[in-house]
Design a protein around this ligand. Structure first.
Ligand code: WTA
Length: 650
């Protein structure tokens, strides 16, 4: 390992297992026998996933080795699978979406109503000239019009790009340029953490920064949309009203046709495009929603992730709607600014399944158990976490104080690139181990290897690698040449495996086969569950006048993940507070305010090795208020003490 990378430390596996409650096991969607049986045949087992969908043309094979494609020859339409078939099954009156706005307003859509709205939106898209394979950008908050627009795009075969509304206008324009998109759906504004945020100016900025004509459709959230301000502006409401009652025939798409692009952070400064397909992705989303989240049509299901991230795509929209359940959409959900709200919401709507992030759970834990205790949470059947490792203490708290020791907790490991869960326990099958994600799902092959590509001993840390193709794999990984793509400069040697995808995570497997994920080994950090390439933030900071160099790291203070920026000034005569202000402004403009570092620390130099590499490990330790470890690799060891004493003086 190079010394500027996170160490592959070995952690003690959790020493206790927790059995799932009998009452859960009895009703679980997936029981031991059925899983074992279905995956006995190796990859063919994934057929069980594809069988959860309705196909126009049946696929010729589950997986084709030669083309590396899943379900080749199959055709289907995603919106038909998420809507029409439930209506055709007589479930048109069942609730599809229940939305609660930040200002307390609510809206409910039955499957019938959702289908009508999607049809009208699909007809509107067509009227704007959007054709199959045109790219539509959706820069929208957690309002029902976002899943509606996603499904409308899927209906006409137009891949969508959802951009999280926390991103700045510049970041939005960058994604529109990269994807070649000329249609933008947005809102006049939205509410976040109690604040009203206008999006109007950002949409205007896009017009200037995208070198082609952009057609904009604006959803009225603040009541400030009239007929639109420009010739290519449309008010969503009037557009959809014009097409009310339209019926748009779902376009038949091939299994491997594009469903959407999503941008994520890689190790370069550029956003990285990940393309998910129609057949493999939707089958993976539906199967894991069924097998891992145990979703049933009569459930009320709540995943608190923002739809702008992959978790929202797969487990707010596509997986649950493919299964015909009731999805709760909470505009302010992912902020969790009110201590009682999450529990009040679960009580009020009778939520059966609650899927959230370890950082949210740590926040709930800090607030105290009296808040969940004040509400009736007995409707809950299953709890889940995603996005970062969960420490056993937070796991236990969630299990005891939210689940009343009566709900399994699934710790689901996956990534934007994987499309859906890959490593977790199956809630009706496996005992849980707090802190350990669990096992590779049936049909998934994962190995923890060392830098030479050899399997490591149980309990020893190594590189987490997926060694066989999986159903929800993205398009870019579907050719052999790119299969072992990575961003690390010293990746493991994966030549032993025919197909290997290096996840950029470190992990270990214990004696019982449970995988514990330790964290990223590349320069990607997770803050509040959001994924950032440190380069992306560092290059925004390095552009600021007066900054020579910057390093961004995450650490943990008071149990919460925090982000620190260490900045060395190029010109000592500039005032620190001014440079600090300019640094924060640059991050806000280039990326978005949600990427603002929690602390900007000035230092005359960054800690460097003799070959000039920044030693991030030491900065992470400082960010976590820990005693910095070995400084012997440094060319400037005195700098560590200097940084620490300047922080003490603050
Ligand atoms: C981390 C989010 C530990 C991991 C779905 C991964 C996790 C990255 C877990 C992907 C988990 C996600 N335990 N770590 N259960 N789930 N991660 O693309 O480092 O935003 O590589 O996808 O989150 O983040 P992404």
């Amino acid at each position: 390992m190079p010394d500027d990378r996170r160490t592959l430390e070995t952690r003690e596996p959790a020493d206790e297992t927790v059995e799932p409650p009998e009452s859960f096991v009895e009703q679980a969607n997936v029981s031991e026998e059925s899983v074992l049986e279905c995956f006995e045949e190796g990859r063919q087992g994934w057929e069980r996933a594809a069988e959860l969908l309705d196909w126009r043309d049946g696929y010729d094979a589950v997986f084709d080795e030669d083309s590396n494609a899943w379900l080749p020859g199959g055709s289907l339409n995603v919106s038909e699978n998420c809507l029409d078939r439930h209506v055709d099954d007589g479930r048109g009156d069942a609730r599809a979406l229940v939305w609660e706005g930040q200002a307390g307003e609510t809206r409910t859509y039955s499957y019938d109503e959702l289908l009508r709205e999607v049809n009208a939106t699909a007809a509107s898209l067509r009227s704007l000239g959007v054709e199959e394979n045109d790219i539509v950008t959706l820069y929208m908050p957690m309002v029902p019009e976002l899943p509606v627009a996603m499904l409308a795009c899927a209906r006409i075969g137009a891949p969508h790009v959802v951009v999280f509304t926390g991103y700045s206008a510049e970041a939005l324009a960058e994604r529109m340029r990269e994807s070649g998109s000329s249609v933008l759906f947005t809102c006049d504004g939205y509410y976040r953490g109690g604040d009203a945020i206008s999006l109007r100016n950002r949409a205007e900025t896009v017009r200037v920064s995208v070198p082609w004509e952009v057609t904009t459709v604006i959803v009225d959230r603040f009541g400030s949309v009239d007929a639109g301000t420009g010739a290519s502006d449309y008010a969503y409401d009037s557009l959809v009203e014009e097409h009310a009652g339209a019926s748009v025939e779902p376009v038949e798409r091939d299994s491997n046709d594009e469903l959407f692009y999503i941008y994520t952070s890689g190790t370069t400064g550029e956003p990285k495009r990940v393309t998910h397909t129609t057949g493999g992705y939707l089958s993976h989303a539906a199967w894991t929603s069924h097998a891992v989240l145990d979703i049933k049509p009569d459930d009320t299901y709540w995943c608190s992730a923002d739809i702008g991230w992959i978790t929202g795509h797969t487990y707010v929209v596509y997986g649950p709607l493919a299964l015909g359940t009731t999805v709760l959409l909470d505009e302010g959900a992912s902020d969790f600014t009110s201590r009682s709200k999450p529990w009040k919401t679960i009580e009020e709507y009778g939520v059966d399944i609650f899927y959230t992030s370890p950082s949210a759970i740590r926040k709930f834990m800090k607030w105290g158990e009296e808040y969940p205790a004040a509400h009736d949470l007995s409707s809950l059947r299953l709890l889940g976490t995603v996005g970062e490792p969960i420490n056993p203490r937070a796991w236990r708290w969630f299990y005891e104080h939210v689940g009343d020791e009566d709900c399994p907790v699934v710790d689901t490991w996956w990534q934007t690139e994987t499309g859906g869960h890959l490593i977790t326990t199956l809630p009706g099958v496996h005992d849980m181990k707090p802190g350990a994600a669990g096992f590779p799902l049936p049909g998934v092959d994962a190995e923890v290897v060392d830098a030479e590509g050899g399997r490591v001993e149980p309990g020893t840390g190594g590189y987490l690698t997926i060694t066989k193709p999986w159903l929800g794999m993205p398009r870019e990984l579907s050719t052999r040449e790119r299969w072992a793509e990575h961003g690390d400069d010293e990746p493991p040697d994966l030549s032993e495996f025919e197909h290997a995808y290096f996840t950029e995570d470190s992990a270990f497997v214990d004696e019982d086969g449970y995988v514990t994920v330790i964290g990223r080994v590349d320069d990607v950090i997770k803050v509040s569950g959001h994924r950032f390439g440190t380069m992306e933030i560092e290059s925004a900071i390095a552009d600021v006048e007066g900054v020579a160099e910057a390093a961004v790291v995450d650490g943990r203070r008071d149990g919460q993940r925090v982000m620190d920026a260490y900045v060395s000034p190029s010109d000592g005569s500039l005032r620190e507070d001014e440079v600090r202000g300019a640094v924060l402004k640059a991050v806000e403009e280039k990326i978005g305010s949600f990427a603002r570092p929690d602390r900007v620390v000035f230092t005359s130099e960054l800690p460097k090795t003799t070959s000039g590499k920044t030693v991030r490990r030491l900065l992470t330790e400082i960010a976590s208020d820990e005693e910095p470890g070995d400084t012997s690799v440094l060319r400037n060891p005195e700098i560590v003490g200097e940084i620490r004493s300047s922080l003490r003086d603050e």
